[in-house]
Design a protein around this ligand. Structure first.
Ligand code: SAH
Length: 243
């Protein structure tokens, strides 16, 4: 089923923007009379019938509310160090496809990229837009929020009540050891930057009661590979055990 998003709450009949109409007609190849799923600004989704065109804007009529399933169950949050070039863009896109519930960019000591306030805001807006596009493309009914860039201390302050899994290449405990806990409780997977975690960062994370360092195997993975394999593994386990 084709899916779209609006920036307003859906009540009765409504107009899509010219851009969304273009996406609907040209990219998703829908026509008048077809049904699409539209998620509104409150996260509510509706089956909507395309009633026709008014100028360049499609007119849609909600016909039934959609049962939400994507947002159900414990949350999986990806907290990953900001990466250089477009690697974090890529990570946001893939994590959204895999079903991650929230993405938190983290500024760490050995990040190659150091963002100032202005660039941080620009990047976060851009990442949120990438998450929206990826959600549209893969047919998710919700868009994972991308938080403002956090420090590790802020991550622990804001999310320290969750289970925090930290893939760390010097750890030997396998990631599977965290699987049961990660499948039952809201979980944050925290990935280091290209340069790895600083020793004091790992020491700090280990002081959190609900934090666990794990290994993803003997090879050293690039940060984006580690993020996707860890995120994918925990997401999958969580879904399977939730059934
Ligand atoms: N500092 C390292 C590389 C860091 S890799 C070095 O250059 O030697 C980037 C991040 O990916 C790490 O901080 C860690 O979170 C994760 N990672 C990579 N390989 C891993 C592995 N085998 N097990 C667990 N985590 C790993």
């Amino acid at each position: 089923m084709r899916k779209l998003f609006t920036s307003f709450p859906i009540g009765g009949e409504f107009h899509l923007t010219a851009d969304d109409t273009h996406h609907l007609m040209r990219v998703l190849r829908a026509a008048a009379g077809d049904e699409v799923i539209v998620t509104d600004s409150r996260g509510a989704s509706f089956h909507c019938k395309i009633n026709g065109m008014d100028g360049k804007e499609a007119v849609l009529l909600p016909v039934a509310r959609v049962e939400e399933t994507d947002a159900a169950g414990p949350e999986l949050i990806l907290a990953a160090a900001v990466l250089k070039n477009d690697k974090f863009d890529w990570l946001v896109q893939k994590a959204t496809e895999l079903g991650v519930n929230r993405i938190i960019p983290i500024q760490m000591k050995y990040c190659v990229v150091k963002l100032n306030e202005k660039r941080r805001l620009e990047r976060c807006k851009r990442w949120q837009k990438i998450a929206l596009e990826a959600a549209k493309q893969c047919g998710r009914t919700d868009v994972p929020p991308v938080d403002d860039v956090h420090s590790l201390a802020e991550l622990v302050r804001d999310y320290g009540d969750r289970f925090i899994v930290v893939p760390y290449e010097l750890e030997t405990v396998p990631a599977q050891a965290a699987a049961v806990a990660a499948s039952r409780a809201d979980t944050v997977v925290c990935i280091g930057p290209e340069g790895g975690f600083a020793r004091e960062e790992i020491e700090f994370l280990k002081t959190c009661e609900r934090c666990m360092t794990v290994s993803l195997g003997r090879r050293i993975l690039r940060a984006e590979t580690a993020a996707l394999t860890a995120g994918g593994r925990f997401f999958f386990l969580r879904r399977v055990s939730a059934r």
